[in-house]
Design a protein around this ligand. Structure first.
Ligand code: FAD
Length: 306
């Protein structure tokens, strides 16, 4: 891995509590990736801002990692600083017809809290194993009307120049697995304000969540080491999974990276897959779909360092 040269004094101070050369594979749902040169887990926006200020001043790269359920981390790992955001900004604050939710909140936890409070419409989050910050960035969801964009009022971010800005949903350019936040990889998402409009008995909401979990278990591969859907569905066309299946790619493998035999848009780590193998498999699938259907599949999974 290319590492950063010794940190200047201002950065050395904030790196005192950092862990060095931390394997990232266990922090991702694919179980793939080399170490973080330095790993820190800020809990508050202020802590993150201090870290980012020192890192920017020193010219060090900073990467953000949530639950690692949508990333492929390179075998060489990540140079500089990785901010692990699973304990970051955990607050859920209820307002008038809305809730402001910290970026590090786990989506299934949010779904549970809202259900317990009798707020319906967030059941779809029960099956998405990521954080709120990453979910608004990519407009995560499970289908039309069941995407973050359908619920977001505004998103608060720490910009590149470390200003706190709150952007209304209309400013965020949401689309299918897309938002303008994807074009700002140096912005740290701090929180999202979500609309609460539908009241229902908690028992009914929780029953729907259980039904969603059952449906997903039946539909998706049982293997633990997956990243969910790897490719976006092409606009207006058949799904990425259907296209890959039609090309006969189910079961294709490069080393321990394999196209699931159950759901063709899921690529599985059978145990010891490397990022290079997973990348090679993604490339092979994209090439085959291009040859057979003339469709360029776009990746939903984010490759780090990029
Ligand atoms: C079994 C399984 C099922 C899934 N099902 C679905 C589904 O139905 N629908 C769906 O949309 N997705 C699904 N996913 C994908 C994934 O869970 C979502 O994309 C989720 O939103 C990713 O969250 P994360 O915290 O794991 O992000 P990570 O994988 O940790 O990060 C993803 C990207 O977001 C960036 N990021 C993370 N936090 C922040 C932050 N606070 N500020 C700025 N950038 C940040 C990272 O740098 C990275 O670029 C599934 C994944 C799995 C493993």
């Amino acid at each position: 891995m290319t590492t950063c040269s010794g940190p200047p004094p201002s950065l050395a101070a904030v790196l005192k509590t950092a862990r060095r050369q931390v394997p990232l594979a266990p922090l991702t749902s694919w179980g793939i990736g080399g170490p973080a040169e330095y790993l820190l887990a800020p809990r508050t926006a202020a802590e993150a801002a201090d870290l980012l200020a020192a890192a920017r001043e020193a010219g060090w790269p900073v990467f953000f990692l949530g639950r690692g359920s949508n990333v492929l981390i390179a075998d060489a790992g990540l140079p500089g600083i990785t901010l692990h955001l699973t304990t970051f900004c955990q607050e859920i604050e209820f307002g008038d017809g809305s809730a402001t939710v910290g970026a590090g909140v786990y989506l299934p936890r949010l779904a549970g809290v809202l259900a317990q409070q009798g707020w319906a419409g967030y059941e779809f989050l029960i099956g998405i194993p990521g954080t709120v910050g990453a979910a608004v960035r990519l407009n995560a969801g499970t289908g039309p009307g069941q995407e973050m964009a359908d619920r977001v009022v505004s998103v608060t971010v720490l910009t590149d120049d470390l200003q706190v800005r709150t952007l209304a949903a209309a400013e965020l350019g949401f689309g299918y697995r897309a938002s303008l936040l994807l074009e700002q990889p140096r912005w740290l998402i701090l929180a999202a304000t979500l609309r609460l409009a539908l009241r229902e008995a908690p028992a009914a909401i929780l029953a729907r969540q259980r039904a969603i979990i059952r449906t997903r278990r039946a539909k998706f591969p049982a293997e633990k080491l997956t990243c969910g859907s790897v490719f976006k569905n092409p606009p207006g066309g058949p799904s990425a999974g259907w296209l890959i299946d039609q090309c006969g790619c189910k079961g294709w493998a490069v080393g321990d990276a394999q196209v699931s035999t159950k759901h063709a848009n899921f690529l599985i780590n059978r145990g010891r897959a490397t990022a290079a193998q997973m990348q090679a498999l993604m490339n092979a699938v994209q090439e085959k779909v291009w040859q057979e259907h003339g469709i360029a599949l776009a990746r939903e999974v984010v490759c780090l360092p990029g």
